[in-house]
Design a protein around this ligand. Structure first.
Ligand SMILES: Cc1cc2nc3c(=O)[nH]c(=O)nc-3n(C[C@H](O)[C@H](O)[C@H](O)COP(=O)(O)O)c2cc1C
Length: 197
């Protein structure tokens, strides 16, 4: 499933996540896409209710998203860089993982798509590090990151054929047969960080 943290539908992040997902879908695998900006996701209040009673105090769209996450083998998370970090939408969403039943994260795989206006992929280091650490902590398998610098305008990703092709290739590698991706990822040697200029 794709989880898009940019508020711009049809923008760079959306374009790249969807290029990956379309490629996955071409192999007969069903896909879902969630646009966080369109969802009602409340901020974590740090009340610890989830830790004590196993249930979050918020009753919002997060429950529906978690149901989709449970059904999906691979989560393709996309966020633009905002001030060297993720968008607020993505951070709010990830903060709410605090209240999710931990077993949901087992056997899940996460691929990160990062877009940015600047030309130096180094600007994405905090976001890559954040997700690497989260994945390690929660037992999610971190597949790697597609990092797209130089996305100066909303059409930049669409106008960069090599980038779209790279995204499609990643989608094809992830799900060549619709089967388990563990072995495939390892044998195809996907770049851990697919830095693109
Ligand atoms: C509030 C805001 C903060 C941003 N901060 C950065 C930044 O720190 N570094 C950078 O390279 N680009 C930054 N950008 C540019 C976006 O990362 C870039 O335009 C991205 O491609 C937008 O993705 P989208 O088309 O999916 O919305 C910022 C954009 C906005 C709106």
């Amino acid at each position: 499933m794709g989880i898009i943290g940019s508020p711009r539908i049809g923008g760079n992040t959306d374009t790249l996540v969807n290029a990956i997902l379309s490629s996955i879908q071409n192999n007969g695998v069903s896909i879902e896409t969630v646009y966080l900006d369109e969802m009602n996701i409340s901020h974590c209040k740090a009340c610890n209710h989830c830790q004590m009673d196993g249930e979050c105090i918020h009753h919002d769209d997060m429950q529906d998203i978690v149901t989709l996450m449970e059904r999906s083998d691979v989560w393709v998370l996309g966020t633009p860089i905002y001030w060297w970090g993720t968008t607020a939408q993505m951070k709010t969403f990830v903060d709410r993982w605090y209240g999710i039943r931990q077993s949901i994260f087992q056997d899940k795989k996460l691929l990160l798509v990062i877009t940015m206006g600047g030309h130096d992929p180094y600007y994405s280091r905090h976001v890559v590090g954040m997700f690497e650490d989260i994945c390690k902590y929660l037992g999610i398998e971190f597949l790697g990151s597609l990092i797209a610098p130089g996305m100066k305008n909303i059409e930049s990703a669409k106008q960069t054929t090599s980038l779209i092709e790279r995204a499609e290739k990643i989608g094809a590698i992830i799900m060549p047969t619709g089967g388990r991706i563990n072995d495939i990822i390892k044998t195809q040697n996907i770049d851990r960080h697919c830095l693109l200029e």
